[in-house]
Design a protein around this ligand. Structure first.
Ligand code: FES
Length: 63
């Protein structure tokens, strides 16, 4: 499902960014995908997705 029409980001891409790129905010997730917010219409939905996905974030162990 498209979440951000300005950037063409899907819910799956945003969830993957949270899990694998170590981001913890919607803005960071967007930037890791290439572009930040544009019109901002998707902000609430993107924030909800990030909050939902944070418990599944991969934690890298320090060596
Ligand atoms: S729809 Fe996401 S910034 Fe416009």
């Amino acid at each position: 499902m498209y979440v951000c029409l300005c950037n063409g980001y899907t819910d799956k891409e945003i969830r993957t960014a949270v899990r694998e790129n170590g981001v913890s905010t919607a803005e960071e997730a967007y930037l890791s995908l290439g572009n930040g917010f544009c019109c901002g219409a998707c902000t609430d939905c993107a924030n909800d997705l990030v909050k939902e996905e944070l418990p599944n974030q991969r934690v890298l162990a320090a060596e």
